[in-house]
Each structure stands twice: as structure tokens, then as C-alpha cells.
Design a protein around this ligand. Structure first.
Ligand code: TXA
Ligand code: MG
Length: 346
């Protein structure tokens, strides 16, 4: 569909945040930065607004959204939690909120969230994000705000307002420019609806940190949750996701002449001298690498096409801590695209 109108660009000063809150309260679509990535926000209680979010992103309606709140009490008011679960949820909230953690909880029968937000499921995803502007925005709005990452469905998540406008200009009412995101990868999604917590998406809070609070955690087997028709329990785990337009090759230690190189720390590759390379962190700092990943992928994607390169080769990356989330996003970027022949397991 044709863009409906111009997207307002708002500064993160008092007037900008107030304007953003007002647009949200009126049912508008406003993108804003969180500590993880930019979200495409709208009232989670308004069915029409939520439908517009799905449209603007081109997101399949069976993939539910995260609702954002200013405080844990407001988030948990939408959930139906008995004692052991309640205690664990509050322990997690005390330790990690505001911050990059999303909790999947049983939905309260009288939850105000409209059915489209949760894709009709009897569970919901809630989080209290961190950041001066987003915290102020959520306080002023004083309503649950549904916000998927502010990218077109299946593309790389945005970590600056500029990335948001690249894909959503004219499709949303405003973007609140809160600067580059501090974490740079999406929140960790932890499912508390079963007997043992399940890690559905690795993200800004590490598995190791969660285990300190929860004890044992099952790590969801993402490889089984793929395919467009299958309804995975965390549909963000659809195999191909975070995809730049060029194919991505992982664990590259040898560079081919047609490849751009995405590297980390002091790693160099054998083979061709890459015409184009981006180092996510020269000092080998995984936090810095996470912060720069999505911008790095976008940058390489654009420049590689200009240089006539056809693949992004990625150096081996750390496996633990934030490395788990980093690797997850890159694996998804490297996965077969829907237009390509599916692998036997897809
Ligand atoms: O960091 C983030 O989480 C960002 C910022 C904007 O908060 N948001 C984000 O939203 O990444 P999105 O829509 O791109 O990813 C939400 C993930 C998806 O994988 C979705 O399937 C999962 O959360 N999810 C949402 N509700 C769920 C539910 N009830 N059960 C299982 N998974 C759910
Ligand atoms: Mg997303």
C-alpha cells in the first residue's frame, strides 16, 4: 500500500516526548528507541491500532507482540499468576527491569490487551524497557504500548531512528529520536508459563544471569520452530529473520574474492583480502559488538552491493554471555530465505 503521509521526526526533549505520548494516546503509531532496538509502538488496548502495526511492518498476524509498561505492577496486572510463578516474576522484575527482558505469562481473563496483540493466545509478553526517554514516554502515556521492533517483517532490527525511517517512512505517524540503542540486540524472551522457565529468544539479558535468579532454564530448540505455516511458540524464531539482502556465511576463516567480511577482535581471515570489512569490536568486547551488529549488517549490505560483492562472511564469534544472542541473530541472517529453495528441515 502507498505511504499514507509524512512521518514526524521528534526530538527526545520534553516537547518531543509529550507529542509522542499524545499521538500514542490518540491511537497513532510512534516508533521510539529502547535500550535494545527501536520499537514500533501503538496502544495495546486498541484493536485498530494494533492492526495498523501489523500492516506497517507487513507482519503475519499469528506472530504476537510484546506490550511495554512503565512499571512491573502495571505489567503483571495483565497476567494471571499464582504463588510460585508470581514470586519468580517479581524476582526477575526486581533484578532486570527496567531492562532487556521480556516475560511470557498466562494472560488474565480480564486483561485489557486486545486479542490481536497476543495473536489470540492465552499468554502474553510483557516488558519494562530502559532508557530516559522511553521510560518518560511510557509514564506519560500511562497505557500498555505494543511494540515490535520497528523494521519491516523479516528484516534487520533498527538501532537508530534513521534505520526506522529507511523502512517505515510514511507508514508510521512519528519517530522519537532517542539516539543509538545501548544494547543493540532485542530483549531476551523468557517463557514462564510452564513448570520450568524456557528461553525462547536469547537477548540483552544473558542465560547465565537468568539462571542466577531462576535456577534451571530450558533452552528452546529454535531449529524445530521454523517454517511459515507452522505456529511456533515464539514466532520471532521463524528461521529466516534479521536478514540483510545479501546472503550471510558464518564461521568464516577463509575469505573468497566476492565476499565482504564482518569480523570481531583481532581475527583475520586467510584467502582474499576483503575489499570491504567491518570489525564489530576491535578490542573483542562482546557488548560493543552487540551494539554495532545491526548497523554493521546494514552498512555492509549497502556497501557490498556497491562493490559488487555477493556474500557477507562472518568471523567466528564468542559462544557464551551476549555472544549467544549475537550468534542467534547471525544464524537467522544466514538462514535460507523464503524465496530460496528450502532446506530439507525447513
Ligand atoms: O527488545 C525487544 O524485545 C524489542 C523492543 C522494541 O522492545 N521488541 C521486539 O519485538 O523485539 P518483536 O515483535 O520483534 O519480537 C517479539 C518476540 C517475537 O519473537 C514473538 O514471537 C515473541 O516475542 N512473543 C510475543 N508474545 C508472545 C507469546 N505470547 N508467546 C510466545 N512468544 C511471544
Ligand atoms: Mg523483530
Amino acid at each position: 500500500p502507498a505511504p499514507h503521509h509524512r512521518t514526524e521526526r521528534l526530538d527526545q526533549d520534553y516537547d518531543g516526548i509529550r507529542r509522542a505520548a499524545r499521538l500514542l494516546r490518540q491511537g497513532g503509531l510512534v516508533a521510539f528507541g529502547t535500550e535494545t532496538v527501536y520499537g514500533l509502538g501503538g496502544l495495546a488496548t486498541a484493536q485498530k491500532t494494533v492492526e495498523r502495526i501489523f500492516q506497517a511492518k507487513g507482519r503475519p498476524s499469528f506472530n504476537p507482540l510484546i506490550s511495554h509498561f512503565a512499571a512491573a505492577e502495571a505489567a503483571f496486572a495483565e497476567a494471571d499468576m499464582a504463588i510460585p510463578l508470581r514470586d519468580m516474576a517479581y524476582d526477575l522484575a526486581r533484578r532486570f527491569w527496567p531492562g532487556p527482558l521480556t516475560l511470557i505469562l498466562p494472560r488474565h481473563a480480564e486483561s485489557r490487551l486486545c486479542p490481536a496483540v497476543t495473536a489470540g493466545l492465552d499468554t502474553l509478553a510483557v516488558r519494562v524497557p530502559k532508557g530516559r526517554a522511553v521510560e518518560e514516554l511510557l509514564r506519560l502515556t500511562d497505557q500498555p504500548i505494543a511494540a515490535p521492533s520497528a523494521n519491516r517483517s523479516g528484516r534487520v532490527s533498527p538501532s537508530t531512528a534513521h534505520h526506522v525511517l529507511d523502512e517505515l517512512e510514511g507508514r508510521i505517524d512519528a519517530v522519537l529520536d532517542t539516539g543509538p540503542c545501548q544494547v543493540g540486540l532485542e530483549s531476551t524472551v523468557l517463557d514462564l508459563t510452564g513448570t520450568i522457565p524456557v528461553l525462547r529468544r536469547p537477548g540483552g539479558v544473558t542465560l547465565e544471569e537468568l539462571q542466577e535468579v531462576c535456577g534451571p532454564i530450558t533452552v528452546a530448540d529454535h531449529e524445530t520452530a521454523d517454517g511459515q505455516n507452522h505456529r511456533p511458540s515464539a514466532p520471532g524464531q521463524l528461521t529466516s529473520h534479521y536478514a540483510p539482502s545479501l546472503p550471510v556465511r558464518l564461521n568464516a576463516t577463509h575469505i573468497q574474492p566476492h565476499e565482504a567480511f564482518l569480523t570481531f577482535g583481532e581475527q583475520t581471515a586467510e584467502g582474499a583480502t576483503p575489499a570491504l570489512s567491518v570489525n564489530l569490536s576491535h578490542s573483542g568486547n562482546v557488548e560493543e559488538a552487540a551494539r554495532r551488529l545491526f548497523a554493521g549488517l546494514r552498512q555492509l549490505d549497502r556497501a557490498a552491493t556497491r562493490h559488487g560483492l555477493t556474500t557477507i562472511a562472518v568471523a567466528p564469534l564468542p559462544e557464551n554471555g551476549l555472544g549467544r544472542a549475537l550468534k542467534d541473530r547471525l544464524k537467522r541472517a544466514a538462514a535460507p530465505r523464503p524465496a530460496e529453495p528450502a532446506s530439507p528441515s525447513a
